[in-house]
Write a protein that binds this ligand. Structure first.
Ligand SMILES: [Zn+2]
Length: 304
């Protein structure tokens, strides 16, 4: 009985002490239960990265030490604040509203404009105006800069690799996605050749990857400029309905209402394989980009 009581006291002590008497930064026991909800998807998505969370009482937020290894030698420790999945350095915490959270809803199905409410339509018109896109919140780059070592052009280019992709083609991507992209390619090539797939391959024009640029009309850095995005382009793509921005130039008021069946879309089996290997498809965005895939295993795990 007495031993049991001792055990209960010990557990209570461990649970209460860090809360009441901890120093500003302290490792909490049972960190799996005491860390920000959502951090586990990053752990699963990036198994070669170590995430250590410490609660910072002064900032009233979790400080996450992101520990990465460069070719098995030197370890880099980047301290970033959780900030509702934004992963911001301390000096950026005051401007957190200019960054959007990294975990957000990625829908199961393509949003169908036939189901949009008046309110949604007004919202889409507002956030896609050129003026709003230039000042809207951007994707915080800090976590991916740490994971992929891509804080500037020279570092990024040192990690870009030409990878074989789809039947004799190649695509330039970050070396860290060579494995999942190769699996995507092999799985697509192993699909039974339906008429739709035959058509897809016979009309395939280009596969584009790394390209140093920012997202059109925004301050965000494109995933193409980290080498984590791939565009699959059919022949004559400029005459097809494939990207919201081009459609908006032609139909500034009604582009959002473009029926799903009029948009060029890769075969569903191809989209499914990409998603299964950790890539999201731009066709599911409200600002749809049907040629575009980018590597976000954390988002797919978060939305499971
Ligand atoms: Zn793209």
């Amino acid at each position: 009985m007495r031993t049991k009581l001792k055990h209960i006291c010990a557990v209570l002590f461990i649970l209460i002490i860090p809360e009441r008497f901890s120093s500003p930064e302290i490792t909490l026991p049972f960190s799996k239960w005491w860390e920000p909800q959502g951090l586990s998807v990053f752990r699963k998505a990036y198994p070669d990265v170590e995430f250590i969370s410490l609660f910072d009482k002064d900032a009233n937020d979790w400080c996450i030490h992101v520990i990465t290894e460069e070719s098995g030698e030197k370890k880099t420790d980047t301290a970033l604040y959780w900030c509702e999945s934004r992963f911001l350095p301390k000096e950026k915490l005051a401007e957190k509203e200019t960054y959007r959270p990294m975990l957000y809803t990625y829908p199961k199905n393509v949003p169908d404009p036939r189901n949009f409410t008046e309110e949604q339509i007004a919202h889409i018109a507002e956030f896609t105006s050129r003026e709003n896109r230039q000042k809207s919140a951007v994707d915080p780059p800090f976590l991916f800069n740490a994971i992929y070592d891509v804080s500037d052009r020279a570092h990024t280019e040192s990690h870009i690799k030409k990878v074989p992709f789809l039947d004799g083609r190649t695509v330039n991507v970050h070396e860290k996605i060579e494995a999942p992209l190769t699996r995507v390619s092999e799985r697509i090539m192993a699909l039974p050749k339906t008429a739709e797939l035959e058509h897809f391959f016979s009309t395939l024009s280009r596969t584009d990857g790394f390209n140093w640029r920012s997202v059109r009309d925004t301050q965000s850095r494109s995933f193409h400029s980290i080498g984590l995005a791939i565009d699959i382009l059919p022949r004559g793509y400029y005459q097809k309905i494939i990207y919201w921005g081009w459609q908006k130039q032609l139909h500034p008021e009604t582009w959002w209402n473009t029926p799903l069946e009029s948009r060029w879309t890769p075969p569903q089996e191809i989209i499914d394989i990409f998603e299964d290997e950790g890539f999201i498809w731009g066709g599911k965005w409200i600002v749809w980009d049907n040629m575009h895939f980018e590597y976000h295993p954390e988002l797919l795990l978060y939305n499971k």
